[in-house]
Design a binder for this molecule. Structure first.
Ligand code: IPM
Ligand code: MG
Length: 353
């Protein structure tokens, strides 16, 4: 198969981890007789530095003309500490999601048995946890207008808006994903307080009879935050709106033992995008210490999304092998044991393909 993949390394450790994922993709292409072609583009703070725009039109075109996008991370401390910066890297990410129609962000959380002891939770609680968070990605408070400040600067406002169409399409996808898993869907909302949540709940109830094989439950977001910690094995597929999903997926990600292990996919009407859940980790940039596994696993999701299931599995197995053999970066190494560099881990996984 010939595949064209857009590479958007972004900021911080982005270029290093995307580089390792490309190594692994090349190994897959060689082994299975495919041809993967890459096209690089700028996004985030590095794009602001080069062009003044965190998501330049050229980058948008590169995304559109490729079969899928592999994205690293964005963010730079010089913007985090300056609330008055006129352009921010995050604006590029939001614009990219919206303009590519990426309305669903899929964040799978699975606890590797061999890493369960690294979880901040007790091993017996996390062992076997395996769920998928489906986060709505292009609606809600992130995009609702009006948003801003009063003239005197002393009042600020955001708007949370959801239309039936936006809710239906994300719920439809979630029901279908639940169907392909353990057939349980948890709809997370705050229907006891906010109007958008009540519309979500109403529509989920309307749609549920179409998926009689899927068991639906409703959970308030504050309770869900607690249940994810207390009984992570309870969940199969969780679906929720943009802001709740942002918060809950960060919470869920640490359960696995390392944020450095978790991939994600953003899908919608246009080209799909694959990225690690963690951020740009600027303190580690250029040091060859960051964990490349989440990006390598994102590449596996990318191949699976494009129909290359066996190839995706080969990547997952190579990652498992690296973990088993202790070929891991410092975030995963046991106390007193040797850890490996970003590129050494990438080399091992590529060779194991
Ligand atoms: C994420 C990130 C982004 C978000 C930021 C960087 C804008 O936290 O992908 O979860 O809030 O969506
Ligand atoms: Mg987030």
């Amino acid at each position: 198969m010939n595949l064209k993949i857009a590479l958007l390394p972004g900021d911080g450790i982005g270029p290093e981890i995307v580089g390792e994922a490309v190594k692994v993709l090349d190994a897959v292409a060689k082994k299975y007789g495919h041809e993967f072609k890459y096209e690089k583009a700028l996004v985030g703070a590095s794009a602001i530095d080069a062009t003044g725009d965190p998501y330049p039109e050229e980058t948008h075109q590169v995304c559109l003309r490729n079969d899928a996008v592999l994205f690293g991370a964005i963010g730079d401390p010089k913007y985090d500490n300056n609330p008055n910066a006129p352009v921010r890297p995050e604006q590029g990410l939001l614009r990219m999601r919206k303009s590519l129609g990426l309305f669903a962000n899929l964040r799978p959380l699975a606890v590797f048995d061999s890493l369960a002891h690294r979880s901040p939770l007790k091993t017996e609680i996390v062992k076997g946890a395996d769920f998928l968070c489906v986060r709505e990605l292009t609606g809600g408070m992130y995009f609702g207008r009006p948003q801003g400040r009063s003239e005197d600067g002393n009042t600020a406002y955001d708007t949370c808006i959801y239309t039936r169409e936006e809710i239906e399409r994300i719920l439809e996808l979630s029901f279908k994903l639940a169907r392909g898993r353990r057939k349980k869907l948890t709809v997370v909302d705050k229907a006891n307080v906010i109007a958008t949540s009540r519309l979500w709940r109403q529509i989920a109830k309307e749609m549920s009879p179409k998926y009689p094989d899927v068991e639906v439950e409703f959970m308030f977001v504050d309770n869900a935050a607690m249940q994810i910690i207390q009984r992570p094995t309870h969940f199969d597929v969780i679906v929720t709106e943009n802001l709740f999903g942002d918060i809950l997926t960060d919470e869920a990600s640490v359960i696995s033992g390392s944020l450095g292990m978790l991939p994600s996919a953003s899908v919608g009407s246009e080209v799909a995008l694959f990225e690690p859940i963690h951020g740009s980790y600027p303190q580690a940039a250029g040091k060859n210490i960051a964990n490349p596994m989440a990006t390598i696993l994102s590449a596996a999701m990318l191949l699976e999304h494009l129909g290359l299931a066996e190839e995706g599995k080969a990547i997952r197995e190579a990652v498992d092998k690296a973990i088993e053999k202790g070929i891991v970066t410092e975030d995963l190494a046991n106390k007193g044991e040797k850890s490996y560099t970003t590129s050494a881990v990438g080399d091992f996984v590529a060779a194991a393909i």
